[in-house]
Write a protein that binds this ligand. Structure first.
Ligand SMILES: NC(=O)c1ccc[n+]([C@@H]2O[C@H](COP(=O)([O-])OP(=O)(O)OC[C@H]3O[C@@H](n4cnc5c(N)ncnc54)[C@H](OP(=O)(O)O)[C@@H]3O)[C@@H](O)[C@H]2O)c1
Length: 351
């Protein structure tokens, strides 16, 4: 028997955590098409907190069901290794990248694809396909064994940055020539800024007073302002990563009709609110559109180019801090949840 740990959180109070221990099924208990994966290395950022904040609304608790009622397992992105398998093409030792539980192990029901497999477990059937796909590292052209840290931290975020920036370009910035970005110090926000540089728009970053210096230091925004400063009145698009109702209202009051588009992407301030003035960015829509426009290969080639440009700089902006084991994972979770994490460091946890 292999013992497994799982970090669960109280769905009503994400700061309440528990590390559960149980025994795993042995290889002979795996059903046809099942593989047992051991989680190896994951990243943890505000994006994972958002999975918890809107877990009930968007179904994020359903990926890795937790035992206790009212508890949930927060998904993280990272690498895992096959440690037992009923699938010949996925032998023990196969390393994959994808959506993982905060746990030492999990079982997937694998349907093979050209790049890896899809987990077809019943409880995941209704969930967005992008989260159910696992890439086998040995056949992933973007994989680089020396930059796993950058991949676990940035790859899920930068795809959104790339598609969001592309959607703006695709729509000629809705007639605006300034893009105002909140939570400008967040990785997804500054990844978007990096994609938008050189596209003929002025980039204005809004951030907390304590993060102004870091955000200026990125060199990606033309102007960086604390949240309470007034932006210039000019035709603008707002990209909201903070979810702050106050920041949104202040911008609408100041810009009026000059605010050409208000796009909601994130919730770093952890207060979900709906506002009919804002349009939710749904990355899979732009992904589908560009797959049709450019073909899968054309999209992969463009994304790959942008990704390489981004990762070449990312290590200089943010230092990676290494952690080990479930207890340190919980410590990082508490720090990120409380907003105590500094934007100039990013957390990777290995097991
Ligand atoms: N829709 C999508 O497809 C999609 C995809 C990826 C990410 N996102 C969203 O984008 C947002 C950024 O994610 P990320 O992983 O890039 O973040 P990150 O790098 O971990 O962001 C850290 C920044 O978020 C703000 N922040 C973090 N915790 C906070 C707290 N407790 N209270 C107030 N502010 C806090 C601070 O920025 P400031 O001081 O600058 O406000 C902080 O510097 C998340 O809400 C995420 O869910 C959405």
């Amino acid at each position: 028997m292999i013992s497994r740990w799982t970090v669960v959180v109280d769905r009503g109070n994400l700061a309440e955590t528990e590390v559960l221990h149980d025994e795993l099924p042995s290889g002979s208990d795996l059903s046809d098409c099942e593989v047992l994966l051991r989680v190896s290395r994951v990243g943890l950022t505000a994006n994972n907190v958002t999975y918890g904040v809107i877990g009930d609304v968007l179904g994020y608790w359903n990926f890795f069901p937790a035992g206790g009622s009212g508890q949930g397992v927060v998904p993280v992105w990272g690498f895992a290794d096959v440690v037992d398998s009923t699938v010949d093409a996925l032998p023990t030792g196969t390393r994959v990248y994808g959506y993982l539980p905060m746990a030492s192990h999990f079982v997937a029901r694998a349907r093979l694809t050209s790049s890896g497999f899809v987990d077809t477990a019943d409880h995941r059937a209704e969930l967005p396909a992008v989260y159910n796909s696992y890439l086998v590292t040995s056949s992933d052209p973007a994989y680089d064994a020396n930059s796993e840290d950058l991949q676990v931290l940035y790859r899920p975020l930068f795809l959104t940055s790339f598609l969001l920036a592309d959607q703006l370009v695709d729509n000629d910035f809705h007639g605006a020539r300034t893009v105002v970005i909140s939570s400008a110090s967040s990785k997804t926000a500054f990844g978007t800024a990096q994609c938008l540089r050189g596209q003929g728009v002025r980039l204005v970053g809004l951030t907390s007073p304590r993060n102004v210096e870091f955000t200026k230091g990125l060199g990606l925004y033309d102007t960086v302002l604390p949240y309470d400063a007034a932006v210039d009145v000019e035709p603008s698009v707002y990209l909201d990563f903070s979810g702050s109702a106050d920041v949104r209202s202040a911008l609408h009051s100041r810009l009026g009709a000059e605010l050409k588009k208000d796009v909601s992407i994130g919730l770093t301030h952890k207060t979900p609110s709906q506002d009919s003035r804002s349009e939710f960015f749904f990355a899979p829509d732009q992904l589908r559109k560009r797959t049709a426009d450019w073909g899968s290969d054309g999209l992969a080639q463009r994304f790959g180019e942008a990704w390489r440009g981004f990762t070449a700089q990312a290590a200089g902006w943010v230092a990676v801090v290494q952690h080990h084991g479930p207890d340190e994972l919980v410590e990082v979770w508490q720090a990120v949840l409380a907003g105590k994490a500094n934007p100039d460091t990013a957390d990777v946890i290995s097991f």
